[in-house]
Design a protein around this ligand. Structure first.
Ligand code: GLC
Ligand code: CA
Length: 568
């Protein structure tokens, strides 16, 4: 058992832009965040993970950095940042910073230099290529729609951008670039940052022969994935950073790795590889999404949830540690995707929280999930802000591949703006997020889904989270214990044991909005079992002084955790 601070922590992801606005410009900022640290500490949070806060023209909300060593003006100053670190450390909390090193903003001085001429010293910091037959070098389509190449009039060549054209990809073959990036990471380490999330890290290397890619049905461009993801050189680059920058083993290094699952994550996190500590995967992102973006499909508990979540749980520790999360700034809201965002909001949000906080790994609670914030159901096309939407609109609606009606339906199901709406602090105007109109519309349900109301209600989702976090911290079995799934074939109930040094816990969760039954396996001794937490009032029927099989009747989304007193 290799103990680490970041294995024992409960983390919380803050989308700073939407968390708390302190100066009335409609954009969240560092001072706003600082004013809410007591709230987070009181909830039991140990670590904050912040989405990018560096200087940026914000075409992609900070994922397009124009100065790595300063703070985005809208968010504050380096002094504010130092204050944030000081305040966090005073409270015994820690900070994980997002660093975006696969690409920069097109306004970064390196790119401004690079595009000046073919012999500029910064030319090879980016990926330039002559065109082919009067068009781009190949047929690759970017993640955000449209071609992955942009023509530069001035030098007569194209540059590669996996994301928007305002995010040119860096050329990691350049030794000078790698030295500059390592220097930049050290800059933040010296300011006290405790860990890093490395954006899009498994795209650092590309196939420099740039072959055309296969065009899938209904798409306008080739799918470049196998030429730009998980190529062997990526590992060399990550190891180089690790060796040079993170020698002392204190910091936590997490990679964002699309296309990685529990089957192959160890190529990054295997402890002998000395690359990453954890990988943010995309396993939970598309659950319940249909084949077309405007269609939903029912969740298959066994294939969608159990196989994946338990898959991560069952890995050997030598394969690496994992983060526990359902949502982030690139997905939709947890309850809307995996639970119920109307009738059973309360019950389903608690059920999901119970699973998240009783499994093995480091929980990352996405801001607002602790009060059950939902998708932005009433957004019209104009209310969406994501840069990817405009390009996809052009690619799909303007070419009549998809109707506008279906496009909008699709956004309501899949758009990442759903999970970027302002934090719902109270029922006052703009949900207490700001005194002015926010950069993105507040979800109108803030009148009844908000922090202030839930702090007062002892049965709220918020208090359930708080309670769960303290239970997790009281019992190391939830952190370092073994994991054993029960009744894998049950189509409605997810259930498992966590055990460490003779202390055994049983978790039972009805994953759906209808009643069901669950037979506790007969080798589990429920005599004198102690109910630790549940999202329903549990009546007299659960006295475990019996012999033989016990069948529980579970209400919609009903979930419980027990401490087993007599388990051999
Ligand atoms: C990552 C980020 C996402 C961003 C993209 C480009 O996937 O999580 O928000 O748009 O990288 O940086
Ligand atoms: Ca502000």
């Amino acid at each position: 058992m290799d103990k680490k601070w970041w294995k024992e922590a409960v983390a919380y992801q803050v989308y700073v832009r939407s968390f708390k606005d302190s100066n009335g410009d409609g954009v969240g900022d560092l001072k706003g965040l600082i004013s809410k640290l007591d709230y987070l500490k009181n909830l039991g949070i140990d670590v904050l993970y912040l989405n990018p806060i560096n200087t940026s023209p914000n075409y992609d909300n900070g994922y397009d950095i124009s100065n790595f060593e300063d703070i985005m003006q809208e968010f504050g100053t380096l002094d504010d940042f130092d204050e944030l670190i000081r305040e966090l450390h005073k409270k015994n909390m820690k900070l994980i910073m997002d660093i975006v090193i696969n690409h920069t903003s097109h306004e970064h001085p390196w790119f401004i230099e690079s595009r000046k001429s073919k012999d500029n010293p910064y030319r090879d910091y980016y990926i330039w290529h002559p065109g082919y037959n009067g068009g781009p070098p190949n047929n690759w389509g970017s993640f955000f729609g449209g071609s992955a190449w942009e023509y530069d009039e001035n030098s007569g060549e194209y540059y590669l951008h996996l994301f928007s054209k305002q995010q040119p990809d860096l050329n990691w073959k350049s030794i000078k670039l790698r030295e500059d990036i390592k220097k930049m990471i050290k800059f933040w380490i010296n300011r006290g940052v405790d860990g890093f999330r490395m954006d899009a890290i498994n795209h650092l290397a590309k196939d420099f022969t740039f072959p055309d890619a296969e065009i899938e049905e209904g798409k306008a461009y080739g799918n470049f994935i196998k030429y730009v993801q998980n190529l062997p050189e990526v590992h060399e680059y990550i190891r180089e950073i690790r060796e040079d920058v993170f020698k002392d083993g204190y910091h936590v290094v997490i990679g964002e790795t699309g296309g990685i699952s529990y089957h192959n994550a160890s190529i990054y996190t295997g402890t002998s590889r000395k690359e990453l500590d954890m990988t943010f995967h995309f396993d939970m992102n598309g659950i319940g999404f249909g084949k077309n973006s405007w269609e939903k499909r029912p969740i298959d508990l066994i294939a969608d949830i159990k196989e994946k979540m338990s898959g991560w749980q069952r890995r050997d520790e030598s394969e690496g540690w994992c983060p526990l999360f359902y949502s982030n700034h690139d997905s939709t809201r947890t309850v809307s995707r995996l639970g119920s965002d109307n009738e059973y909001l309360n019950e389903s949000a608690k059920m999901l929280a119970l699973l998240q906080l009783t499994q093995k790994g480091t929980p990352f609670i996405y801001y607002g999930d602790e009060i059950g914030m939902t998708n932005a159901k009433e957004f019209s096309l104009e209310d969406f802000r994501d840069i990817a939407i405009a390009t996809r609109y052009r690619e799909l609606v303007e070419t009549k591949l998809v109707s506008e009606e279906n496009f909008l339906k699709g956004l309501h199901i899949t758009s990442r703006d759903n999970s970027r709406t302002p934090m719902q602090w109270d029922s006052s105007d703009n949900s207490g997020f700001s005194c002015t109109k926010p950069w993105i519309k507040v979800n109108s349900n803030y009148k009844y889904i908000n922090v202030e109301q839930q702090l007062q209600d002892k049965d709220s989702i918020l208090n359930f989270y708080k309670n769960l976090i303290s239970i997790r911290k009281a019992h190391p079995a939830f952190i370092y214990g073994s994991f054993k799934e029960l009744n894998h074939e049950h189509k409605e109930v997810y259930s498992y044991l966590r055990e460490l040094e003779g202390k055994c816990f049983l978790v039972i969760a009805n994953f759906f909005g209808k009643t069901t039954t669950y037979k506790i396996p007969h080798n589990i001794v429920m005599k004198e079992a102690e109910l630790l937490i549940s999202n329903y009032e549990i009546g007299e029927d659960v006295e475990f002084d019996y012999t033989g099989d016990l069948e529980l009747k579970l209400e919609p989304y009903e979930s419980r955790a027990y401490l087993l007193k007599n388990q051999p």
